[in-house]
Ligand binder design. Structure first.
Ligand code: GLA
Length: 368
């Protein structure tokens, strides 16, 4: 048994544009970020995985000789990944894993996908697999989240933290998994991540309800037309074939946001940041009015950010219902932008924002 320590890191992700499209078979544009979860790993020899976390007081102990049961809390993500990899035939090594995160949890930056993908990567690497298939790893972790944890998320988060590329965003077709990495070159501007500090509980929130409403929309269209996912619907399909008014609003967001991702991809490639910013603003308004996942905290951020000098676009990021927003801000104005936005937010909401420094980073990996 080796007493040597190995180190691993999995980034979180920020979605630049393309929200609530992944489980509708649409396009999304996320990027992995330098905020994430770190792990130090030591071998054991007792058929156990023992995990601790600098952020949580509970320890997670998994006996690899016994059936793995569901539990609540952060250990569930670890248990789910161990179980699904075991079921897939991986000989799980006995390990002691210590996690520590500089990624806030429950803030819309994919802390759960980061934990799942980190554990899946560690287990495969420690089991001696040399060429870990990052896309298969992402798909397995999505299954864990959907069926073991019970959140009916799409593939965006797991895909971006597993496959991320430094200084690039990925434009991902969530139906086919075809993807293109696009350099994020923003010149005098930079993305700022803003935490509303309103916590978002994904499983307990309206996430699964939105997914259900999109299924209603798809079913209504499918009565008249053979399409596989809502992402394939045209605007006419949405306006003429969906009778349920709520489902129709959700589908309208899906149609329009999908167009915005493609336009944003073009704008990014052409260095047209003003256009990119306008698309971010339109995305936020659609998430507010048609998808209804913003709330007063996220609206206060996005709608006030763009009135402040230097900011050319702002939107919520992630599932919504609280969590983080992202703004595109002139670098020379960033300090005053943060200060002004924080003052407005605190006076309207009653508590301050947090801001994070980050870079766009590579996906999960072993660290030296
Ligand atoms: C969460 C889910 C993702 C995606 C986003 C919304 O982060 O885990 O799959 O649906 O919300 O875009």
């Amino acid at each position: 048994m080796s007493s040597e320590i190995r180190k691993y890191f999995c980034p979180g992700r920020v979605c630049l544009i393309g929200e609530h499209l992944d489980y509708n078979g649409g396009f999304v544009m996320p990027a992995a970020i330098s905020l994430g979860i770190h792990a130090t790993v030591k071998s054991r020899s007792d058929n156990k995985i023992i995990c601790s976390s600098a952020q949580f007081s509970t320890t997670v102990e998994i006996d690899l000789t016994k059936p793995i049961e569901n539990e609540t809390g952060w250990g569930n993500y670890v248990k789910g990944v161990v179980k699904y990899l075991q079921d897939a035939g991986l000989k799980i090594p006995s390990l002691e894993i210590e996690f520590s995160a500089d990624l806030p949890s429950g803030a819309g930056l994919s802390s759960s996908a980061a934990l799942e993908v980190l554990v899946a990567y560690i287990l495969q690497k420690e089991a001696g697999l040399e060429n870990i298939d990052r896309i298969k790893t992402a798909l397995l972790c999505k299954e864990v989240e959907n069926d073991f944890v019970g959140v009916k998320c799409g593939i965006m988060d797991q895909f971006s933290v597993a496959t991320g590329k430094k200084e690039h965003a990925v434009i991902l077709n969530c139906e086919t998994l075809e993807h293109e990495f696009v350099p994020v070159i923003t010149g005098d501007y930079g993305f700022v991540i803003i935490n509303s500090n309103k916590r978002r509980e994904l499983a307990g929130s309206k996430f699964n309800e939105r997914k259900g409403e999109c299924e209603t929309a798809l079913n209504e269209i499918q009565k008249h037309k053979a399409i596989k996912s809502l992402g394939e619907a045209t605007k006419e399909d949405v306006l003429n074939l969906i009778k349920d008014k709520t489902a129709q609003k959700r589908a309208l967001h899906v149609f329009e946001e999908n167009q915005r991702v493609l336009l944003a991809g073009k704008a990014l490639k052409q260095g047209d940041l003003l256009q990119f910013g306008l698309l971010m603003n339109a995305s936020h308004q659609s998430l507010k009015n048609n998808y209804e996942v913003t709330g007063k905290e996220l609206d206060t951020i996005a709608e006030n950010a763009v009135t402040i000098e230097g900011c050319i676009g702002a939107r919520m990021t992630g599932a919504g219902f609280g969590g983080c927003s992202i703004a595109l801000v002139k670098k020379s104005d960033t300090i005053s932008f943060k200060d002004k936005l924080n003052k407005i937010y605190t006076s309207k909401i009653g508590y301050p924002l947090s801001f994070y420094e980050f870079e766009i980073s590579d996906g999960v990996g072993e660290k030296s």
